[in-house]
Ligand binder design. Structure first.
Ligand SMILES: [Zn+2]
Length: 271
């Protein structure tokens, strides 16, 4: 049978980014790999429209490319997420000094992210945005992500709610307070402000941001029908959570890898 263009088998385009996916234990290589995946997460969340202006910020802990200490990688202020490249990310040491990169982090970025890492030594990536649907839920008097959908169950008992808003988070004291409210959860609803997710890897934090926004969007849309909601039974939500978390690291990696493939074929300026 003559195949039309539509019926031809799809050719999978692969790109050689394996050097950034290596399991090398060399610290410089790990720094490169984390830079690459964090910069890809910036681009990916930008493509999903989850960021706001030149604000909001994603960070990760990595070995320094310059010294023997671990540092925090984060965007310099004033850069749009569509402009982020692996090499533009700043390295911030434990004295909050920029030791690699040009520019300075935005003040609230430094205070919020540093506060979270200080309180949670298990966390290796922190992502903060004002993504619209999830942020809309933080503006409710009693914010709650309802167990309405499969995507919601992914966050079953993993969300902390902070209903105190008293201005910009521009002090380390506020960052530490947010870290305390977060406790051992993976998501923080920041009242009248936005969302923060934490994870043991950039891949999982990125994937959580995307699916949290989808879960919030479904909740807002379901509520907008003004019909009775069908909440999942507790045991079903718990089971779904357990099923998802068995495969989460692999699924999250595949998700970010798909962003990377698109970036490598469409954004010649990325590397
Ligand atoms: Zn914010």
């Amino acid at each position: 049978m003559l195949l039309t263009k539509l019926h031809r088998p799809c050719r999978i385009v692969t790109h050689n980014f394996s050097k950034y996916n290596s399991f090398s234990t060399d610290k410089r290589s790990i720094n490169k790999e984390i830079r690459f995946r964090l910069a890809s997460a910036y681009r990916g969340l930008d493509s999903y429209g989850l960021n706001e202006g030149v604000c909001n910020h994603l960070s990760a802990i990595a070995p320094s490319s310059k010294t023997d200490e671990d540092i925090m990688l984060i965007i310099p202020f004033n850069l749009h997420w569509s402009e982020v490249t692996p090499s533009c990310l700043l390295e911030i040491n434990n004295k909050n000094e920029v030791i690699v990169g040009e520019g300075e982090p935005e003040t609230t970025a430094l205070c919020i992210h540093k506060g979270i890492y200080e309180r949670r030594s298990d966390v290796k990536a922190v992502m903060h945005t004002h993504m619209p649907y999830a942020t809309a839920l933080t503006c409710l008097k009693e914010p709650q992500l309802l167990m309405l959908h499969q995507n919601s169950a992914r966050f079953y008992k993993k969300i902390a709610y902070d209903t105190i808003y008293h201005g910009l988070g521009d002090s380390f004291k506020e960052g530490l307070r947010l870290g305390e409210v977060l406790e051992d959860k993976s998501v923080l609803f920041m009242g009248n402000h936005g969302i923060l997710t934490v994870a043991e890897s950039v891949d999982v934090a990125f994937d959580n941001m995307y699916y949290l926004e989808r879960a919030a969007m479904i909740q807002v849309l379901a509520c907008s029908t003004q019909q009775k909601l069908k909440i999942l039974d507790d045991n079903v939500a718990e089971l779904t959570y357990a099923q998802m978390h068995k495969v989460l690291p692999a699924y999250a990696k595949n998700h970010l890898d798909s962003v990377i493939r698109r970036l490598m074929s469409s954004c010649k300026d990325f590397l």
